[in-house]
Structure formats: structure tokens, C-alpha cells
Design a protein around this ligand. Sequence first.
Ligand code: PHB
Length: 384
Amino acid sequence: MWRIVLFGALASALGGSAALAQETVKIGMVLPLTGGQASVGKQIQAAAKLYMEKNGPTVAGKKLHLMIRDDATSPDNSKRLAQELIVKDKVGVIVSGLTPSALAIGPLSTQSKTANVVVVSGTSRVINPGEPYMVRTSFTLGQQAQVIAEWAAKNGSRKVVIIQSDWAPGNEASAVFTDQFKNAGGEVADTIKVPFQNPDFSPFLERARGLNPDSLFVFVPAGQAGTFARQFSERGLDKAGIKLIGTGDVTDDDDLPGMGDAILGAVTAGMYSALHDSPLNKQYVADFKKTYGFRPNFISVGGWDGMHLIYEALKKTGGKTDGDELVGAMKGMRWESPRGPLSIDAQTRDIVQNIYIRRVERVGGELYNVEFATVEAVKDPLKK
Ligand code: PHB
């Protein structure tokens, strides 16, 4: 009897700390919570925390510990913070945000074989064969630019001027749009690049108007749509009869409520609208607004689905965070998101999702992206 009790006490004394360590899975998230792209960090953090609240903190018998770090929108900080999270804190999964940040963190996740879930970046090459532990739950600009180019060509646009934010995702949006629009017989009269930091769109809008296009294709990143819409209206482009088209970023649900009538009628191709008609999305929007007091936008669902992917992959591996096992479990996974059905391409590790064509309308007194057509299961066109 005594021997059994003693043996039990000894075993738990020896194994106790190791067992305790194994009971936690740390998730390290590097986000722009301050600086130029702070609205992006705000949306991702809100969605990730909401997911954990709704689904509980325990998966496959492990307690999840979310460690959020602010990179202040600087990729040098992202790299340093990710290094600390991987080496010192020994996180089981890393979550990365904006394109420059995801590019800086990529090699660290490869060297350490740590699963890296990219929840914001929209640049195709961030997910590539050389970084085998990276998986995307956000979107690519190509997915959306391709769809809106085709729609515009079929719906009366002949001469387009492009205004794009001058960095990687903007360049991809322009390249894919131009390719597709020209193939459909359209003309791109000019591609005007606007600085990424603190942009003033006014002089560029003047130049665009001077070229007399029938449509303006715009890419601005989340957080800049409000400024763009104000300057678009101040310069009178809405009254000049120029149609506004774009990827979903320019009619961001985060900024849309404050945009005013100049944005009415803008048609964009995007992966998420707060008005998306499904029971899951209605619940998501209601919970999100109740908890935070603002609308979830297209950035938020990258965070929500990033957490979903981590939860489901951990269930499959029985809580193990070995990079090969975890990423293996993520490949080919499919689920329903507040944005609609989506999957992770088993070959490329990139996201496959519906792209919706939407028009800005007033619904119940508020501006929304009203979806009116769907292109199903769209892959990143730059990876075909
Ligand atoms: C990106 O980091 O690639 C990014 C961020 C915000 C956007 C689009 C792309 O709206």
C-alpha cells in the first residue's frame, strides 16, 4: 500500500513539470496594433479573441495561450518579435500579418519548422514552395482583381485608369487587373501609384480625371478607404460620371459607415461583406458588434479563420505542434466561414474561396456592400 502511494507521489513529482508544459500550446501573433496599419491589427485581434471566447480555450486537451505582440507596422519589429516568440517563448504556432511582416517572419518559421498562419497578407508570393510551413487564411489581390476586371469588361467599362497604393499587393492588383481587362478588349490608360505611407490622393485623382476614363480601378489597403472616399468626393469624381471599381479594400466595412454618398454605386470584387447572407455571418456580426461596438471587416475574417484552422489542425494532431504534422493537417482543410465556404489548397497552402461582386447601397440607413453575384472557389491566379 505504502509503496504504491510513494511510487505515485514520486512519479508525479518527476513528471509534473513536463506534463504541465505539455498541457499548453502557445500561439504567437505579431500584429500592427499601432502605426499606419493599426486598423488591421485591431480587426485581427478582435476576431481572434472572439473566436477563442466562442470556442473555449482548450483544444485536444491542451490549453491555448494567445501571445499578441505589436510590431507598430514595422517589419524589422515583426522579425525581432517573431524570433523572441519562437526561440524564447517556444510558441507552437506563429501568426503573421501584413505582407512586409509576413515576408520578414517567413524564413524564421522555415528554419524552426514552425507552422505560420498568414492572416492578413494579400501578396501571392508570400505563400511559396520555399517556405513550406506557411499557410494563408486571408486573400490575394489577384483573386479579386481578376473577377472585377472580367465583370467591368462585360458591363460597359472600356477605358480604365488605375490608382493603386505603391507596394507589393497594389502591384499585384494592377498587374492582374490589367492582364485580364486587356484580354477582354479593354484599355488601361494609366497606372498611377500613390505612396503607401500617409497618402494624399487628391493630385492623383486630378490626374486620373484629366485622362477621361469611364471607370477608375482602385486599390488602397484597409485603413485608407475612408480618406480615399473623402478625397474622391471633394474632387468631384463621383459627379464626373466616372465609375468606381476595385478590390474589396476600397469599400472596407470598417470605414464604410462614415463614407457618405459619393461611394454609393461603387462595384467591387471581395471575399467578405458584413452583410453576407448566412446564419453564421449574422451571428458573427452580431457577436462582434456587441463585443467591440464596430463592424467586422474583410481583414477580421482572416483572423477568425486563422484561429479556426489552428483549432481544427490541433484536433487532428491530438494537440501536437510539430510543424510537418500541423501543416500537414491544415492542407486540404475546408470549412464554412462567415465569408462563405473556403479551403486550403493542399498543393500550394494558399486559400481558395468565393469572390463576390458587390455594389455599395444604403440598407436600413447604413452603407453596405450588397453582394449580387458569386464566383465560386477562386484560386490565386498568380499560382495557376
Ligand atoms: C497586405 O498586407 O498584403 C494587405 C494589407 C491590407 C490590405 C491588402 C493587403 O487591404
